[in-house]
Design a protein around this ligand. Structure first.
Ligand SMILES: Nc1nc2c(ncn2[C@@H]2O[C@H](COP(=O)(O)OP(=O)(O)OP(=O)(O)O)[C@@H](O)[C@H]2O)c(=O)[nH]1
Ligand SMILES: [Mg+2]
Length: 552
């Protein structure tokens, strides 16, 4: 597009419109009607090409029914007897072009599909060198649009799409012809600014009939959607009205606006239709609270409370194994770790290796399945986000949002499993105070054991009737008794104290895991639901905004 920008002066507005239309079509890809999108792409492409050809030339085509006098009018305007006029119908079979001035026109005429031998230079044919006020005009004499010759229709249909301005030459017998109005004028109504009408053969009418005919034709044109039609009563035979037609052409050529107006109208027409499909509603916003509700529902359905509870109990158990009273703590071995039951007891390092959804299935199967109520909550939360995202949007876009979310929704269960799998549950966490307490516990145990053995040895001495060995005392309490009772008592007390700390630590860990799990689930919710919906909304905003530029 930038190459074109440099070539055409004063066409920046049209270029901006063409550019915007292209971008809107891109943003609407896969959402809006593909036929309309390909039409938009074609219009943008064609308009770019036309500007690249020459923005200085103004291509005006004489179109109309056979015998209406197109070729005769062409000859009168050019002042040359170039076009064949005759009694045979249809007469003109191929378009003929006359170019005023020195601006190179061959490329443009080739692009329009005018055969080389039908391209004529006004100046060289007249063999003059002076300038003409029509310099820059390319006048085309087209074949008819209404004879039985299919080829003629095709040529007219193609050129009507490409030329900068059309002058429809009609005669008093056929100006009301339904084929002309339904097939051409009604669909071309958006191009009213680059269309004019010649009621030819006016010499065959009385002035009153002529006025009545013009008024009637204007009414029909307004019915077609052309609000202020330019209708000239002309006669190629007597020259009536041809000066006015020439003046109109001179003005169009000097304005150099016809080409841009035509292209702008092209863009407007397709952009209007796209906009009707796309809609102009404000882009909906997905709120934080809607996402929070979804994450909460996902947490319930993916067993987060169960995992968190297992983390809490597992922490307490591990703490008791480490800090409990050595005499009784071995009993804990018969009580399995709650996380092991859920197959979630691997440290993070190992869990990462099997963090894929498939690997996690073993573990997942140990987590309780989501209840119907939990599943329904997830569904409702997703529906809610989809509804919020689609609110007020036109059908193609709301459908696109819903489809995009529905596609991802199917894989969300596996993603949730993987999210739980990759979360660090702190299984390998071992606070320093556990180890020190463990050492203290063993020391106390050894003290108690020492005291016990000492007492036993006293019994043994008595049994063998040996003299009592010396028995040290402290405050009249024998030291071994103090060691046995004190060691055991302190051990039990320390174990109980640690249990209290374990509760606090377990709650803290459980809270941290809950937060981490929810953060992982929030990531899944974002990747699977929120981001795809927002991507659709971004595309919608782009499409809507670019269409607004294209229609400006
Ligand atoms: N009386 C009168 N006759 C005209 C006028 N314009 C054209 N004619 C005659 O109408 C006949 C058809 O004119 P053409 O110029 O060949 O018509 P055309 O629209 O080019 O027809 P096709 O090439 O067949 O599409 C010729 O005999 C012309 O002389 C006019 O304004 N008044
Ligand atoms: Mg003709």
């Amino acid at each position: 597009m930038s190459a074109v920008r440099g070539l055409v002066r004063g066409s920046t507005d049209v270029l901006a419109k063409i550019d915007a239309l292209g971008q809107a079509a891109e943003a609407g890809e896969g959402r809006l009607d593909p036929v309309l999108l390909s039409e938009a792409a074609k219009v943008a492409d064609r308009a770019g090409q036309r500007l690249r050809m020459s923005g200085e030339l103004t291509v005006v085509a004489l179109a109309g029914a056979t015998g209406s006098g197109k070729s005769s009018t062409f000859n009168s305007i050019t002042g040359l007897d170039l076009a064949a006029v005759g009694a045979r119908r249809p007469m003109t079979t191929l378009p003929l072009a006359c170019v005023w001035g020195d601006e190179p026109a061959a490329a443009l005429l080739d692009w329009l599909g005018i055969p080389r031998r039908h391209q004529v230079s006004h100046r060289s044919t007249l063999e003059t060198s002076g300038s003409d006020d029509l310099d820059g005009l390319v006048l085309l004499d087209l074949p008819d649009h209404d004879s039985t010759e299919l080829e003629h229709h095709l040529i007219v249909d193609r050129l009507v799409e490409l030329v900068d301005m059309m002058i429809w030459v009609v005669d008093p017998q056929k100006y009301a012809d339904a084929a002309l109005h339904n097939r051409y004028l009604k669909p071309l109504a958006p191009f009213a600014s680059v269309m004019a009408f010649a009621l030819n053969h006016s010499d065959e009418l009385t002035p009153t009939q002529r006025d009545r005919c013009v008024a009637d034709f204007e009414r029909l044109l307004r019915d077609d959607g052309i609000d202020s039609p330019v209708v000239l009563a002309t006669s190629a035979l007597t020259g009536l009205g041809l000066d006015e037609m020439r003046d109109m052409l001179v003005k169009r050529v000097s304005d150099k606006k016809a080409a841009r107006d035509r292209l702008a109208a092209d863009v407007d027409r397709v952009a209007d239709r796209m906009s009707a499909q796309c809609g102009t509603a404000t882009t909906p916003q997905i709120g934080k609270s809607d996402i929070a509700v979804l994450v909460d529902a996902l947490a319930g359905a993916s067993g987060v409370p169960v995992v968190v509870d297992a983390v809490r109990r597992s922490y307490q158990r591990r703490c008791r194994v480490a800090t409990g009273w050595p005499v009784t703590k071995w009993l804990l071995r018969f009580k399995p770790d709650p996380l092991r039951k859920l197959h979630l007891d691997l440290p993070k390092r190992n869990r990462k290796e099997f963090g894929t959804a498939d690997d996690f299935k073993v573990a997942r199967s140990s987590l309780p399945k989501a209840t119907p109520v939990q599943r329904a909550r997830v569904d409702t939360a997703i529906r809610n986000i989809t509804n919020v995202a689609a609110e007020g949007l036109s059908k193609p876009w709301s459908d696109a949002v819903r489809t995009e979310v529905r596609i991802r929704e199917e894989s969300i269960a596996d993603e949730l499993d993987a999210a739980v799998a990759r979360t660090d549950l702190g299984v390998s966490e071992r606070p320093g105070w556990w180890t020190s307490t463990q050492i203290v516990q063993w020391l106390l145990f050894l003290v108690a054991l020492g005291g016990g053995l000492w007492l036993l040895s006293l019994v043994f001495f008595q049994y063998l009737q040996l003299p009592d060995p010396p028995l040290p005392k402290w405050q009249r309490i024998p030291v071994p008794t103090m060691m046995l009772v004190g060691g055991a008592l302190l051990g039990v007390l320390v174990a109980f104290g640690c249990r209290l700390f374990a509760v606090v630590g377990a709650n803290r860990r459980a809270r941290a895991v809950d937060k981490e799990l929810r953060a992982e689930l929030a990531k899944v919710a974002d990747e699977q639901i929120v981001a795809p919906a927002r991507a659709e909304l971004d595309a919608y905003s782009r499409c809507r905004d670019q269409l607004a530029v294209a229609r400006r």
